[in-house]
Design a protein around this ligand. Structure first.
Ligand code: GTP
Length: 261
């Protein structure tokens, strides 16, 4: 693993992280198609051992190295334990993955990474941290946190999702883009309003729930600070709407990254 600072002419790593069903894989497919048609083809890494079918062909696929169903049988584990153990086994070989990536790096602008469906398996595991740190130590890296917009329209759910995103920002300490996905179904205008107008969000929250209102109000203030540290885009992984804006946000995030490192 490299411990030096990433060089500025290196490709950018886009780490796609999100709750189950938020659209990570569809978003990866969209990024892949967009980069193939408009920029340079990306290097694609799949870290989800349990995915059945991928709508793109990864350069590196965890499923080629570990068989998650066999891992479950061999270690007598349930599905989540099987995925976590598979990721742990794969991480022991991540230096070899980096060797492959490093060899291709001079011909690349982007390295895109799909993560396991169960978000905490990547964000709360030692393996997830090792992989993230190893990539970020070598390449400018950005987290794309994918949000299922239609399922986040309730203020309490929205706040829970934002707090989760905040915890990932805190853990990874990488430039962060909130990607409101599925805007072909529900526009993310409500989210922009809640993120920019503190009182509007508080009002919506009070209408939604009276549960622990003081705590909720304090959380709102925490989130205000969180919002200052990130970029927000609305996309539809299915129609491609918003993808140019997403890459605009990536370019800005990389500039910030270069200022930090
Ligand atoms: P897991 O790996 O199972 O956690 O799912 P994921 O986060 O990779 O999501 P996936 O890409 O499998 O998408 C989940 C569902 O959302 C699928 O039915 C997709 O077709 C749908 N979906 C993803 N993106 C969009 C979008 O932009 N618009 C609409 N309408 N549906 C979407």
């Amino acid at each position: 693993m490299s411990t030096s600072s990433p060089r500025k002419d290196q490709p950018t790593v886009l780490l796609c992280i999100g709750m189950a069903g938020s659209g990570k894989t569809t978003f990866m497919q969209r990024l892949n198609a967009h980069l193939h048609s408009k920029k340079r083809p990306p290097y694609v890494i799949n870290l989800d051992p349990a995915v059945l079918k991928l709508p793109f062909t990864p350069n590196i696929d965890i499923r080629d190295t570990v068989n998650y169903k066999e891992v479950m049988k061999q270690y007598n584990l349930g599905p989540n334990g099987g995925i976590l153990t598979s990721l742990n086994l794969f991480t022991t070989k991540f230096d070899q993955v980096l060797d492959f990536v490093n060899k291709r790096a001079p011909t690349l602008d982007h390295i895109i990474v799909d993560t396991p469906g169960q978000i905490e398996i990547f964000t709360w595991s030692a393996s997830g941290a090792i992989i993230t740190d190893a990539l970020a130590a070598t390449y400018p890296s950005v987290v794309a946190y994918i949000i299922d917009t239609p399922r986040t329209t309730s203020p309490a759910t929205f706040m829970s999702n934002m707090l989760y995103a905040c915890s990932i920002l805190y853990k990874t300490k990488l430039p962060f883009i909130l990607v409101f996905n599925k805007i072909d179904v529900v526009s993310h205008e409500f989210a922009i309003q809640w993120m920019t107008d503190f009182e509007a969000f508080q009002l919506a929250l009070q209408k939604d729930t009276s549960y622990m209102s003081n705590l909720m109000n304090s959380m709102c203030m925490v989130l205000e600070e969180f919002y200052n540290n990130l970029k927000v885009v609305g996309v539809s992984a299915v129609t491609g709407e918003g993808i140019d804006e997403f890459f605009g946000a990536v370019d800005e995030a990389v500039k910030e990254y270069e200022e930090i490192y």
